[in-house]
Design a protein around this ligand. Structure first.
Ligand code: ZN
Length: 135
């Protein structure tokens, strides 16, 4: 498997609307997508910076992983996502190498892409996501 490039960097925020406004006014970016990802109980907002995206994440449920993350660590950098050709085969390969996975199978993320998370214990404390087009 090869990490083709960074797909996006995700930041956990308490208030999506205020955060979007800040990124638009402070950095001149334009939010091109706001999407609820029910599976992860988050509301996401996306910006494009070249071929890398910035993802802002707001919890839509007090029990969601994002809510717990913010409760424990405050707002901030949440995960980094790498683009791969095929998420499922990457997961099989990583598992074979002893990498601790959060998702053994791809799930559907924002923009109808396949996504899967690798446990931060296996990646130096950084929650890592693999992203790929659905096959
Ligand atoms: Zn992500």
């Amino acid at each position: 498997m090869i990490l083709n490039n960074i797909d996006h960097i995700a930041i956990a925020v308490k208030n999506l609307e205020q955060s979007i406004k800040l990124y638009e006014e402070m950095f001149g970016l334009k939010c091109y997508l706001i999407e609820d990802v029910d599976d992860q109980k988050v509301k996401t907002a996306f910006f494009k910076l070249g071929n890398v995206k910035l993802e802002l994440l707001e919890s839509s449920d007090p029990q969601s992983p994002i809510a717990k993350f913010i409760e424990k660590r405050g707002e901030g950098m949440h995960h980094i996502a790498y683009l791969v050709e095929d998420v499922q085969s990457s997961l099989i390969e990583l598992e074979g190498k002893g990498v601790q996975l959060i998702d053994k199978y791809p799930r559907t993320g924002a923009e109808n892409l396949n996504i899967a998370f690798i446990h931060p214990k296996s990646t130096f404390g950084v929650l890592t996501e693999l992203v790929g087009k659905k096959k």
